[in-house]
Write a protein that binds this ligand. Sequence first.
Ligand SMILES: C[S@@+](CC[C@H](N)C(=O)[O-])C[C@H]1O[C@@H](n2cnc3c(N)ncnc32)[C@H](O)[C@@H]1O
Length: 276
Amino acid sequence: MEGANAAQAEFWNDAGGRAWAGAHAALDRQIRPLGEAAMAALVPRPGEHILDIGCGAGATSVALAERVGPRGRVVGVDISGPLLAIAEAAGAAIANLRFIRDDAQTHGFDHGAFDAAFSRFGVMFFADAVAAFANIRQALKPGGRLAFVCWRAMRENAWMHVPLMAAMPHLPPLPTPDPDAPGPFAFADAARVEAILAEAGFAEVSIRAHDCDIGGNDLATTMALMLRVGPLGAALREAPELAPKVEGAVAQALAPHVRNGEVWMPGAVWIVTARH
Ligand SMILES: C[S@@+](CC[C@H](N)C(=O)[O-])C[C@H]1O[C@@H](n2cnc3c(N)ncnc32)[C@H](O)[C@@H]1O
């Protein structure tokens, strides 16, 4: 893998991409309400051309294609081959939807091609976020809209924090992450996000906290997700022999959060909007 985001490209085409691809339906169920909140902020309109950044397995691209209708057009861009393979299968029969496999930070989008750009958790992985958003901005028409959803701090996101804390005593010390390094929580600091967007040339930046319980999967499915993706997934790929102890501790921590057979836990995000 080469290029500005070589490390992320490797992750999303290898272990990370495979983990997400194997669990994409359950992951989509879990984060769908948060994507819907960002889409409500975007207000996609019939006939519009919309870019879906880091579209992954394509669920939001399909939803956007329905919203813009046959006169509109949606392009999903992602660096992950395994996830785009699922997106392409899902979008095969949708005439106004297509996918590009490339780095959104450097892809040569036609200037002014899109009315709006959207992302559900696909914009926190850029090595140079200012360059990436400047590239996305020039793909927008003057006045074009940007809306995305990203995670607030991990400690506010019980859906990840609770299982991780339960697993910690059974894992070797986890590396202390650089809070600004590319990764799911890289945009937790709203002031940083605002500065990145301003430096990239965006105007009318709005960053609003949004809280809601997320989940909707049964305990076994939620367990499989938690042990596969995020920091726990990474730790267990390094030391799979620790899985049995970790599984027991995580199951115990999740059990109090089961409602009507489904796990639901607090999620905390920023809904970010801006204009070209
Ligand atoms: C957390 S997943 C979210 C996927 C999808 N938006 C969803 O909500 O299901 C992050 C996605 O961003 C993609 N991604 C990471 N860095 C990227 C980059 N530089 N350019 C394009 N896509 C990128 C990954 O391949 C992955 O599909």
